[in-house]
Design a binder for this molecule. Structure first.
Ligand code: CS2
Length: 506
């Protein structure tokens, strides 16, 4: 169906049956950095449900980093958009209607700092992807050599990096009216609240002498950085969602968001300036988010990476197509059960068998069309959160984590295919800040073994895995198998080698 002739979704046109709450939002209590699909299908939906139960000053100002496409479309639609929940049996369309404004940081950086400093702002939330935190992949510390970080530290112009924006916003806030605020990371980082707090403090400490002292003291008193675990598979938008909205609502929505029906949010309840009643939307508040984060980061995200890279190398465009290949599903099961699971403590309220069965169902949701390219992108920053700890745990116990090595090998084949090997279109379409560097390393190093050693020594997965030559050897071998004998053969070899080892450490 062509949607251009339909009336546009806006405040007047939204059908009551799809509207998630009936309130008029007059106050903007949340400034959200990262106006991408994930935020609009996750936190925004939780906030809409919370508002349906309890009123509050919880309008959201969404800040896109560079592209004006979503912000402009939202403005033209009175900040309305639809979430198309796609289950294998059909779709449901809802309109959260919680945004009260939209900004593009690259165009109006000063307005972003003002919004962060505004007295009405009680929560600054973030979905800026792993890449957006400007930490060094090797050390995990703020990358002081990053040109954006350097410029933001000099402070002659409005800040461009996320950490710079937060610090400059908080600095203005402390000068004008030092009211408490919560900085809420909703990205897939282990200990995302702790990591954000640390990066903010590192930025403050790197400010010219004296400039950050007042802020540093106030951060301890009045700013909370709760940890959170966020979960919902949210692909990129396609015309299929625009057509679904046209079909269900009879309206044109230029920026609908596809999402799976499943959603989960676990948070620490540290909000010194209050928060929406997200518990009404099913959010779980707990004193210790870490076990949930690790469960999700490793079982879901870690396994997801392996499925994406193997799938792309096998010519599969989507995660459901990839997991439908029995050898990919087998590798996914093995990495999940034998290499990720022993590295974590499953929270008491999680039924592990049901959780894992549900993961496989979620990955197999073919109607959702989640692309291998999307999950495979930014591996250089994502894998660091997923692979090293579980791999080190196995290596220290004298075992080779063959499927984690396979994850790294498949990633490297996608990013920097050895000469003469074609990784295929889905791998070629993956974006990654380290792609250029990895290609250059592959070009310069005479052998695959040297290439792997160079990238691991260079800190691709932090600074400790490189201390285990057996891991480097295995990654290099698996690259050889992937490129010479194909994906299925490499998976078979990993399984055979894993079977030949001692039973997994528990
Ligand atoms: C995925 C995640 O892109 C990725 O790396 O693993 O985006 C995943 O879909 C979400 O974390 C699900 O909550």
């Amino acid at each position: 169906m062509t949607t251009t002739c339909l009336p546009r979704l806006n405040a007047r046109a939204t059908p009551a049956s799809s509207l998630m709450h009936g309130r008029t939002l007059t106050e903007t209590g949340i400034v959200h950095l990262g106006l991408g699909n994930f935020h609009r299908a996750h936190q925004a939906v939780y906030t809409a449900t919370a508002l349906d139960h309890a009123d509050g000053p919880w309008g959201i100002l969404g800040v896109a980093s560079r592209s004006a496409a979503v912000a402009d479309a939202l403005r033209a639609q009175d900040f309305r958009y639809s979430v198309v929940e796609i289950a294998p049996g059909g779709a449901r369309v809802v309109v959260p209607a919680v945004h009260t404004g939209a900004l593009v940081a690259a165009h109006h950086p000063e307005a972003v700092v003002d919004a962060l400093a505004a007295p009405a702002t009680r929560i600054v939330s973030l979905t800026v992807t792993e890449h957006g935190y400007t930490f060094s992949p090797r050390t995990g510390h703020l990358e002081l050599d990053h040109p954006g970080v350097r410029a933001d530290l000099r402070g002659n112009a409005p800040p461009r990096t996320v950490i710079g924006q937060i610090v400059r916003g908080l600095q203005r806030r402390v000068r004008r009216h030092p009211t408490p605020v919560t900085v809420l990371s909703c990205d897939n980082l282990a200990g995302n609240g702790h990591q954000t707090a640390r990066l903010v403090r590192e930025f403050v400490a790197a400010l010219p002498s004296g400039e950050g002292d007042e802020l540093a003291a106030w951060l301890d008193e009045a700013v909370a950085f709760p940890n959170t675990m966020v979960d919902r598979i949210v692909p990129a938008t396609t015309d299929a969602e625009r057509a679904a909205v046209a079909d269900r609502l009879g309206l044109r929505d230029d920026v609908p968001v596809p999402a799976e029906p499943f959603t989960m949010w676990v948070l620490e309840d540290r909000f010194p300036a209050g928060r929406p009643a997200w518990e009404h939307a099913g959010a779980l508040f707990t004193g210790d988010v870490e076990p949930y984060e690790l469960l999700k980061l490793r079982l879901l995200n870690g396994t997801h990476s392996l499925i994406a890279y193997l799938g792309a190398l096998d010519g599969r465009a989507t995660i459901p197509d990839a997991i439908a290949r029995p050898f990919v599903a087998d590798a996914a099961r093995r990495v999940l059960h034998d290499e990720y699971l022993p590295s974590l403590t499953v929270p008491e309220d999680i039924d592990l068998d049901a959780y894992v069965a549900q993961l496989f169902e979620r990955w197999a949701n073919s109607a959702l069309g989640h692309r291998t390219q999307q999950v495979g992108s930014d591996g250089s920053v994502k894998l660091r959160q997923r692979v090293p700890e579980p791999a080190l745990r196995q290596l220290r116990a004298g075992r080779v984590p063959h499927h984690l090595a396979l994850t790294v090998a498949a990633y490297l084949c996608c990013m920097a295919p050895p000469s003469g090997f074609d990784a295929g279109p889905h791998a070629a379409a993956m974006s990654d800040p380290a792609r250029g560097e990895l290609r250059e390393a592959a070009r310069r190093t005479p052998s695959v073994r040297d290439f792997v050693a160079t990238v691991l020594d260079g800190g691709l997965l932090g600074d400790r895995l490189a201390e285990h030559p057996v891991f480097t050897d295995r990654v290099a071998e698996l690259i050889g198998l992937l490129t010479r004998h194909g994906t299925a053969a490499a998976v078979t070899d990993a399984a055979r080698a894993a079977d030949a080892e001692a039973p997994p450490a528990t």
